[in-house]
Structure formats: C-alpha cells, structure tokens
Design a protein around this ligand. Sequence first.
Ligand code: DC
Length: 220
Amino acid sequence: MDPTNKIIAIDGYSSCGKSTLAKALAGKLHYLYIDSGAMYRAVTLYFIRHVVPVNDDRKVMAALEDIHIDFHIEPGVTRISLNGEDVSDEIRQMHVSDYVSEVSAVKAVREAMVAQQQRMGRNKNIVMDGRDIGTTVFPDAHLKIFMTADPKVRAERRYLELKAKGEDTTLEEVFENLAHRDYIDTTRAESPLVRAEDAIVLDNTDLNEVEQLQFVLDRL
Ligand code: DC
C-alpha cells in the first residue's frame, strides 16, 4: 500500500447503515467511496441469470473469467455495472439478497473480489465498507470501524427502505433474510465477518446519521 494514501475500513452486519456512514465520510473528506457488498451482489446476479451453482468449480471459474465489474463514481452517486450493464438497482432486490451470502462464501469469488478491491485502493484515499475490509482486504487501513445495531432496528430500517422502493416484502421476511445472512457471513470458512482487533466498535442503534459521522471524525 502506498503509505501516503488513506484507507478507512467499515465492516459490520447487514443493514447496519455502513453505506450511509461510508458515503457521508467520503463526501466530507473527499475520499472515494467503494461499496464492496455491491460487487458480491453483482456476481450473485450473474450467477442467478446464468444459473451457476456455487458448488460447480468449473462453472464458477468460467463465470469469474467472464464477469467485469466497474464503478461509475460521480459526486453523490455511485453506480455499478456488470459487463457494461448498470445493475445498481437490481442488485438491491430480495432475489439477490436471498442468495448473496451463499455466493460470497465461495473461495474463488472472494479471491477475485479482494484482488479487485485492493487494486481500487492503490494510491487513492478511500472509504470501503463490507465484511472483511479491515481484516483481509486492507489489514493496514488507517482507521477501522466495526458497526453493529439491534437486529430488530436493522430489520425495520431495511424494511422501510425496501417498501419505499416498492418491493413487495414483509418485516418478517426481511428479519429472516438478515438473520440468515448474519449466520452465513459470520460462520463461513473464508474471511468470516469478525471484528479486526484494532477496529473501533460503533453501535448505532440509538445514533442518528450526524452523530455517527461525528463519532468517526472524532477518531481520525
Ligand atoms: O453490504 P451488503 O449487505 O450489500 O452485502 C451483501 C452481501 O455480500 C453480504 O451478505 C455478505 C457479502 N459481503 C462479503 O462477503 N464481503 C464483503 N466485503 C461485502 C459483502
């Protein structure tokens, strides 16, 4: 890593508000924001569309060869494309959320994504959020935050977001999806979600966005 560039790693459970905080920080500090979860979601969408079983090594490798993910970053908006197609909205839908933890537990998928994430962080100041940023992708990050919040509060926030986008879902369904993803994300063999020893814990159950941003700025 170029010692002069700065990396802020934000890890934590699903729907803890990592991306909201990461975007606010990146905006305030004029850093680049990279949503690593969106990359796993884009791979998942490809696997769904092309019917790639996660346990078929040959098909997984062929898929990874064919997958090209790009970010288009403009002030305030980041879009992600999969092989040239803007998939920013579709990757947030429940059919992708339901399958993304299985896909992101595959070793070859993780290796490909981590390599791309490390390339994106070269010589740039970035804020990256995910599950393994402080432990695996950038173990030398300048600041590591580990976010957590009450699971019921997380489910309610996510449910309201999905409803606002017109998704037909229930609070119970969202709660189950989060619990399922937490379980797989924390128990998988490859880079499970764990707090890096030097990460600062931020429980945002009772904090608003301004308070969370200040919490991090105070620790820079
Ligand atoms: O942050 P998110 O909910 O959009 O992430 C979607 C999934 O991707 C999540 O359930 C686990 C996986 N993920 C991962 O394994 N490693 C990362 N660095 C980011 C996300």
